[in-house]
Design a protein around this ligand. Sequence first.
Ligand code: GLN
Length: 485
Amino acid sequence: MSDITKLTISQTLEGLKNKQFSATELTKAYLQDMEAKRNLNAYVLETPEQALAQAKVADTNYANGTPRTLEGIPLGIKDIFCTKDVRTTACSHILDGFVPQYESTVTSKLFNDGAICLGKLNMDEFAMGGSNENSFYGPVVNPWHEERNLVPGGSSGGSAAAVAANICAAATGTDTGGSIRQPAAFCGVTGIKPTYGRCSRYGIMAFASSLDQAGPIAKDVKDCAILLQSMSGYDPKDSTSVNKEVPNFTSFIGQSVKGLKIGIPAEYRPQGLNQEIADYWDKGIEILKQAGAEIVNISLPNTKYALAAYYIIAPAEASSNLARYDGARYGLRIDGKNLDEMYTNSRTSGFGAEVKRRIMIGTYVLSAGYYDAYYLKAQKVRRLIQNDFVEAFKKCDIILTPTSPLAAFPIGDKTMRESPINMWLNDVFTVSVNLAGLPGMSLPIGLSKDGLPFGLQLIGRSFDEETIFKTAAIIEQEAKFERLK
Ligand code: GLN
């Protein structure tokens, strides 16, 4: 494995500027390391030709002294982002061979800023899952202790694994209920789900439109800030994107947290919380205290209803969003005697078990007679959860919690397989943030006794990613977490 692929984005930009290596050399190093690490199954498509063509442009721009902000930075792209002329499947069989005619806003912003596309990254089918085991292309192996065959988390499992294994400088992810933060935690890397509306959803395959947000997964806090800067901004093509100025995120890194009020929600420390995770949470609290922040106890009383509300609202929206995959318009078609049979055949063989489960739940909770009992109630609970945060943010400026109640578990784990609910329970600390539309970051805090990364989560006020960056940078600096080399 090459040395230059271990650098962060900020270090890589320095190296490129100072002509220590060219974008072409860098890209070739990544392509070689990707090949060496194919056993991880992190990429579902490698795009070496496109990458080398982009690298050539980058080298010309450096030679002319006109580099753009991300000039020559090789990225991996989650396979849920439509990439023009490059196969995009959301890791579903039903999108076999689908090649978009257009580029998602987020990826076009990144490429317009000079980033390079190394390929498309594995994920749970349509982003439904928390272990990357629901991909049509098979599971991803967590690069920590490869021999133990652990999951990387999900749904952005390919993204987090690729960043941790240094087979991309950073990656894009999406997060509907934790899919950036939980895999970042499992793989010992950093990821931020920005405020709902911060990044355009145009060209990202929709799972649950009122919850989905794009964000970066990267090697450190600063790299997340650099990437989010490029990804953010108003887009007239997405009616839920918000027309708000994008602050200079990196400028908040290194700022003091003196006097900042850190909220610690009692409900996130349930009885039976893994002791190692609880201890690392305390370590995070201690770091911020030492840095001059004030710790305040807060309550988010409706947390206990968050999973139930999420697993009604997300499937409801998914069942509607996935109706478009009918065998007629995109990807896979399995013919039948008539139109109805063609729909049935295509959807039956095209969707995996988890996606079918969610379509059925979603259709059920939206159907006449059950709509009031389930869907409307869940929407009311969503409002209560949002109100909990409004109340909490009267007492504090930012909230600190663990990211996940577990560390990475083995692929095919029996308990997780027993019932889908066991898998869903892992999202307990992340889903509320999406229900409330708030920004949330996961950053690594340390390793368990058996050597697996744990993450801490920072939750900010709406459109206050700045406070997250400044607080995360302090924790990162003191935690001294060692990335995989
Ligand atoms: N694990 C959650 C789910 O399965 C979250 C997925 C996501 O954020 N895309 O729905």
